[in-house]
Design a protein around this ligand. Structure first.
Ligand SMILES: [Zn+2]
Length: 111
């Protein structure tokens, strides 16, 4: 099924053609600050419209995007284009999509 979410001001819209099965919270240095709740999907199933600001940190394997206007963290994409996985912030979507999902706790701080 297809789900559409957006940042607070609406300049960035994300459509995911996938059904999230769980919601991941990560304790790495950036996720613990932003409070994003992640689902992961193949970039081929995700459409992002609107320009965000990319931030590359740490081991430089992913780019984390946020909205230039409202500041909401929207998604991350792999720096390596062959890596078939990206992260989407579930908090952009209607709560009914994600509040009941099992929470996974990702120990990103130890990677
Ligand atoms: Zn925005």
């Amino acid at each position: 099924m297809s789900h559409e979410g957006s940042c607070h001001c609406g300049s960035i819209r994300i459509t995911v053609n996938d059904d999230p099965v769980d919601a991941s919270e990560c304790n790495c240095s950036i996720c613990r600050r932003t409070g994003a709740l992640w689902t992961y999907s193949s970039p081929t199933k995700v459409k992002v419209s609107g320009e965000g600001i990319g931030y590359v940190h740490g081991d430089k394997c992913l780019t984390l995007f946020h909205c230039n206007t409202c500041g909401v963290i929207t998604h991350w994409t792999p720096v390596d284009p062959d890596y078939d996985r990206m992260g989407i912030n579930l908090r952009l979507f209607e709560p009914s999509l994600w509040t009941e999902l099992p929470r996974l706790y990702v120990d990103g701080a130890s990677w």
